[in-house]
Design a protein around this ligand. Structure first.
Ligand code: TTP
Ligand code: MN
Ligand code: MN
Ligand code: MN
Length: 343
């Protein structure tokens, strides 16, 4: 239900954390249903649907639309913040600052003399039309081949996995996410920088923001999902050539575009091999599924889960090794996934 995502986004702009989460949760539940909701009876008894959500659904089912949602869509502030945060490198805080200065369009931002864009935002504006266009599965696979070749040229025993939305089976995404590691502990450290160098040498690296590992075993696990994990990673913009994409449609681009290439956002994450299972689980997403799984671990199993480890509060030990042998976590994951499969 896209309406719920819009409501969640609007609450996020207003810094209303509670309602924001509630609407996201509602969107997840509605997405996981086998068919669209046609009458109020169908939503009775569904979990996670609060009063606000039910009221909005009632409006839609009765009048064919929601006045609250329409009001939000017309709201000048909502429109401006949505537009500004659609630029790579622009978060809600920067967007709010620009809005307060009376700016309303991207053009106004680019022509306003007193605005200092950082490197990420400059890349965001430079490649805006490309990276705001969805990435297709064929494009993701083409990038997978390029990165795999690059990685294996450097480290033949490296393991590369496609994660994020494409690992969940989505046809389109806003970027392409990969996890990268090597069988020998510690060897992953230099690998990512090597890969970046090699992509630069090939002439396909348009932008790179590399973040070193801040991994500290003594501080694990952190209970808050919203925090980024501590693995070494990089946020990239890569150049994808037309001839590299299989399938009749080739590159996703505008009809009049004759460049023969497009820019694509790519995330590479390099966890040490002993954390690989948790990193893969976390980076497969979705964000809401991750949140639900953490809540389930905490409330139903008295355990803490994050992208690095699973910690047993009652036994006071990390069970990340045991996880690989015993099957309890995969079984929850599987059952939660099939209960609420969500893209
Ligand atoms: P995203 O690429 O942001 O999301 P997505 O792949 O699910 O959707 P899209 O098609 O729009 O790209 O992130 C991938 C998953 O990784 C996401 O579900 C949550 C997780 N994640 C982390 O665990 N830590 C992080 O720091 C980030 C940025 C994401
Ligand atoms: Mn993604
Ligand atoms: Mn996303
Ligand atoms: Mn991503």
């Amino acid at each position: 239900m896209d309406v719920m995502e819009e409501l969640a986004e609007s609450s996020e702009f207003n810094e209303s954390k509670g309602p924001c989460l509630a609407f996201r949760q509602a969107a997840s539940v509605l997405k996981s249903l086998p068919s669209a909701v046609r009458c109020l009876g169908a939503i009775q008894g569904l979990p996670w649907l609060g009063e606000h959500t039910k009221a909005v659904m009632e409006e839609i089912l009765t009048f064919g639309r929601s006045f609250k949602v329409e009001e939000i869509r017309c709201d000048e502030r909502y429109q401006a913040l949505k537009l500004f945060t659609s630029v790579f490198g622009v978060g809600p805080k920067t967007a709010e600052k620009w809005y307060r200065r009376g700016l309303r369009s991207l053009k106004e931002i680019l022509t306003e003399p007193n605005i200092q864009l950082n490197r990420m935002q400059r890349a965001g504006f430079l490649y805006y039309s490309d990276i705001s266009k969805a990435v297709s599965k064929a494009e993701a696979e083409a990038l997978g081949c390029i990165i795999e070749e690059t990685v294996h040229w450097i480290a033949p025993d490296a393991v590369l996995a496609l994660t994020g939305g494409f690992r969940r089976g989505k046809e389109y995404g806003h970027d392409v996410d990969f996890l990268l590691t090597v069988p020998e502990m510690g060897k992953e450290e230099g690998l990512l920088l090597h890969v970046i160098d090699r992509l630069r040498d090939q002439g396909i690296l348009l932008y790179c923001d590399h973040q070193g590992s801040t991994f500290d075993v003594s501080k694990l696990p952190s209970c808050r999902f919203e925090d980024m994990d501590h693995f070494q990673k990089c946020f990239l913009i890569l150049r994808l050539e037309e001839g590299q994409v299989e399938g009749e449609r080739g590159l996703q681009r505008d009809p009049g575009d004759s460049r023969g290439w497009r820019a694509v956002r790519v995330d590479l994450v390099a966890p040490p091999v002993d954390r690989y299972a948790f990193a893969l689980l976390g980076w497969t997403g979705s964000k809401q599924f991750g949140r639900d799984l953490r809540t389930f671990a905490r409330k139903e199993r008295q355990m803490l889960l994050d992208n690095h480890a699973l910690y047993d509060k009652t036994k006071r030990n990390y069970s990340y090794r045991r996880l690989l042998r015993r099957t309890s976590l995969p079984i929850w994951v599987w059952s939660m996934w099939s209960l609420g499969r969500e893209m």
